[in-house]
Design a protein around this ligand. Structure first.
Ligand code: PAF
Length: 282
């Protein structure tokens, strides 16, 4: 397995692939890889000649310094995991300096309002950080296809907008949420859950599934109030938000319309660990 940390080195390799007209698949990650990431990599391997996985904990997308400090960093283990599916994967694990060239700050983006909804409200600056690093990674990796999980559905929509607004020649592919057997959406942060939090966390998806059932017959407001009530008595999980939104504008809906598609989005704290999830409603 080849691991690059240097921009010039990886650029030479990518340019050589491009000259041979090989297609490049790309899975950007912050490491601490789990089966959800591996599913994205498998998909990339199926549909591209060469596959790059980046492992970079991006400081500018953390609005909470403690979360950045505690974010798991397991590069050796990540490489070993990737090797179990293919030795041909190319890993890009740059330093902060390689990505930010001495100025670790975000660019300011306008994602047509998508950045102000949900995560944008609770994590100020987060999407400017995501946009900055993803744009930079796309400039370096020059992929044909890039794969992102739908667990971060808002991020996925924002990256699609980034690519459109900046005419970046990459096809952004959203992939289904990967879940533990108990329904908990896979996340690198799950490794930090205590035993009791691990036992309680599947309640998030269970609640989303019931909310989806109710959405068939009840109003969005009714369903939201019902979900809030479920969490009121939960001693382990603290609800930050539950929102039913239009998948294009990501704006919370008041009334359903026939031709629109909706998702329910949730953010929950288990101790100091923030978990997000979402479900398609129709
Ligand atoms: O989803 C993630 O892991 C990160 O937000 C990403 C897209 C790799 C950017 O740092």
């Amino acid at each position: 397995m080849e691991v690059f940390s240097d921009k010039e080195q990886i650029t030479r390799v990518i340019d050589a692939f491009k000259a041979q007209q090989l297609t490049i698949g790309f899975v950007p990650t912050m490491g601490a890889l789990h089966d959800g990431h591996l599913a994205l990599v498998e998909k990339a391997l199926e549909n591209n000649d060469k596959v790059f996985v980046s492992v970079f904990v991006n400081p500018t997308q953390f609005n909470n310094l403690d979360d950045l400090k505690k974010y798991p960093r397991t590069l050796e283990k990540d490489i070993m995991l990737l090797e179990t599916i293919s030795k041909d994967i190319l890993v890009f694990a740059p330093s902060v300096d390689v990505i930010y060239e001495g100025k670790t700050v975000s660019q300011n983006f306008n994602f047509d309002g998508l950045e102000h909804e949900m995560e944008g409200k609770f994590r100020p600056g987060h999407f400017n950080g995501v946009g900055t690093v993803v744009k930079r990674l796309f400039e370096i990796v020059k992929a044909d296809n890039a794969y992102f999980g739908e667990k971060d559905f808002q991020q996925l929509q924002i990256i699609k907008k980034l690519v459109k607004n900046y005419s970046i020649p990459v096809n952004v592919i959203g992939c289904e949420i990967h879940r533990e057997k108990n329904g908990l959406a896979m996340s690198s942060r799950n490794t930090r859950l205590t035993e009791i939090e691990k036992l309680e966390a599947p309640f998030i998806y269970k609640t989303l599934k019931t909310a989806k059932k109710f959405f068939g017959t009840k109003s969005a407001d009714w369903v939201s109030k019902w979900v809030e009530k479920q969490f009121e008595s939960n001693e382990v999980l603290k609800l930050e938000y539950f929102i039913i939104a239009d998948i294009d504008s990501l704006k919370q809906i008041k009334k359903k319309s026939k031709n629109k598609k909706y998702r329910a989005f949730i953010a929950v704290y288990a101790g100091d660990i923030r978990l997000i999830d979402n479900i398609a409603l129709n």
